[in-house]
Design a protein around this ligand. Structure first.
Ligand SMILES: Cc1cc2nc3c(=O)[nH]c(=O)nc-3n(C[C@H](O)[C@H](O)[C@H](O)COP(=O)(O)OP(=O)(O)OC[C@H]3O[C@@H](n4cnc5c(N)ncnc54)[C@H](O)[C@@H]3O)c2cc1C
Ligand code: SF4
Length: 349
């Protein structure tokens, strides 16, 4: 581990000032991702600014929505009654992630800004453009089961690992960021980026930008939401694929609100806008769902290792939509070889 200075921030503005003015400085929250990278030499800051004691640990519910402080612990957020009742997709996504011990430590901002779990990114003996720009991508020819199928580039095929982020993408959240030029709101979809030829950049944040919180707009009455995660083990595993769905069915049986986000598919949470557009105003019949998901997945690029992700995403999304819109029936067979974590609750707002 490279020797570094460690400071505890006393207020958000001075934390931003300290990191902004030092090119190799970095924020640290609970450290459950960053400390591993320090030990491996992937992260080599000369200054760590500890933001975990900043008073950003509130969950504030209002008629407009919920504001979640950057330092709210994953387990506290998942257990919050207002979150469980009004934003089931968010609570379920959190509970599907990591382990109880890690969730007790992990913070909201740290979870969103954790780095990829690509095995080569963490193996410092191998080339990796995300770790060492220009060195090459070992995953292209190597072990590829976890690789992206949407939005990848020839420089990086890694997927984004956060379950929370996938649920926030489906909830049209915004992220509050304090930078050296003041505070701004970033639409959640614009926070993470596709790899292009700069995979070393996971997000659109600038050096020294401090995430201070996340705002989730209230869901209209009758909206239902849930998160389905498919993984190799029933717990303590990252997603092979995951699906966040927010949906409201009008009195005539058509979908008047439909939002779908995918995890395990891309370098960022993938908002399935094309499928949403095709489903909005229509009944969630097997034919309509199939046509919409086929259209969304038409641009998927797979290898022999990742081909399984297309039918898995299709079936998991269809199954999740059925759970939310017409419990008891299934328009498509569900995968029989995977474990899933699911739950369904209705927004009471
Ligand atoms: C064994 C294991 C299994 C896991 N499984 C899952 C899983 O299934 N699903 C899942 O989603 N996650 C999983 N995780 C990841 C875990 O959730 C993250 O490590 C954790 O959420 C990171 O939060 P942290 O507060 O510890 O962040 P840190 O490690 O402190 O920081 C992470 C990054 O965020 C930056 N950062 C932190 N706070 C701020 C801020 N306020 N503003 C700007 N930048 C900031 C840091 O500089 C760093 O780059 C797993 C982790 C482990 C170790
Ligand atoms: S997929 Fe991305 S993170 Fe993985 S080895 Fe290639 S460049 Fe590195």
């Amino acid at each position: 581990m490279r020797a570094h200075t460690w400071e505890r921030a006393t207020d958000a503005a001075s934390a931003v000032e300290r990191v902004s003015s030092a090119p190799d400085a970095q924020f640290i929250a609970a450290g459950s991702n960053l400390v591993d990278h320090l030990k491996l030499g992937i992260a080599r800051p000369d200054l760590l600014v500890d933001v975990s004691r900043l008073p950003l640990d509130q969950i504030d519910h209002s008629e407009a929505g919920v504001r979640i402080g950057a330092n709210v612990r994953n387990s506290d957020l998942a257990a919050d009654a207002g979150i469980r009742q009004g934003y089931a997709v968010l609570s379920r996504a959190l509970l599907s992630g990591a382990s109880g011990q890690i969730r007790n430590q992990a913070t909201t901002a740290g979870n969103l800004l954790q780095r990829t779990r690509c095995v080569y990114f963490q193996d410092v003996t191998t080339p990796c453009n995300k770790r060492e720009p220009g060195s090459g991508c070992s995953a292209l020819e190597g072990y590829g089961r976890y690789n992206a199928i949407l939005g990848a580039s020839s420089d990086c095929v890694a997927v984004h690992p956060s379950d929370l982020a996938v649920s926030l993408a489906a909830l049209d959240a915004t992220v509050t960021v304090l930078g050296s030029e003041g505070e701004r709101e970033v639409a959640f979809e614009d926070l993470h980026r596709l790899p292009g030829d700069h995979p070393e950049r996971d997000t659109t944040l600038r050096h020294g930008d401090l995430v201070t919180g996340v705002f989730v707009p209230a869901l209209p009455s009758g909206t239902r939401s849930t998160y389905t995660k498919v993984r190799d083990r029933a717990s303590y595993a990252f997603a092979l694929v995951s699906v966040a769905v927010v949906v409201r069915v009008a009195d005539d049986g058509t979908l008047d609100d439909i939002r779908i986000a995918w995890g395990g598919a891309s370098h960022k949470p993938w908002r399935a806008r094309r499928a949403e557009d095709l489903l909005r105003g229509k009944e969630p019949s097997a034919e309509n769902v199939r046509a919409a998901l086929d259209a969304e997945l038409a641009e998927a690029k797979t290898s022999a290792d990742t081909a399984y992700k297309v039918p898995m995403l299709l079936r998991t999304t269809a199954m999740t939509l059925v759970q939310l819109t017409s419990p008891g029936s299934s328009p498509l067979p569900t995968s029989s070889t995977t474990s899933t974590t699911t739950s369904t609750e209705e927004a009471s707002a």
